[in-house]
Design a binder for this molecule. Sequence first.
Ligand code: SF4
Length: 193
Amino acid sequence: MPIQLAGNVKHGGLYETAFGISLDQLVNAIGGGTASGRPVKAVQVGGPLGAYIPPSQFDLPFDYDAYAAADALIGHGGIVVFDDSADMGAMARFAFQFCAAESCGKCTPCRIGSTRGVKLVDRIRGGGKPRPTRSKRCPRCTTPARPRSRAEDLQLLEDLCETMQLGSLCALGGFTPYPVRSALKHWPEDFER
Ligand code: SF4
């Protein structure tokens, strides 16, 4: 399997390895750990829409079935290493941003969902605009909307990911939830306000 090791890694480059090799071997034995010398925080496997994997799962064998079982994907074999200074909430936002920039616009989950995702991550992290009142969104409605709670925004993020994964016409929109969900699952603290 051809592997591309990139990001914050000491010995980045192109390698050919056997399937079944662990991420620990790939990142630490072959890649030499981070170029910064700081601990590894995450690796993204499979390209810009691959899942982020924490060091606690570095025994994962490089194998299609094993990755699928771990809600991840091998994709084109790209591995990007991040040290412990990485902000995984920002990386989740970047996934939506990347999807919005690359979207061809043919289907709604990808075209609209990616843009909504950027705003939603901003709001969850406390950097976005507050939710507009109902009267502002619809001039005929006079009932002011209560602000959405953080738990409701997180549920909305999960619903958005599900809609994009199941409703997008191709892998761009369909795979965007991988980096978003994995970042939220493994580093929820990076989504705090
Ligand atoms: S998911 Fe694919 S087909 Fe749909 S808008 Fe995105 S790029 Fe186009």
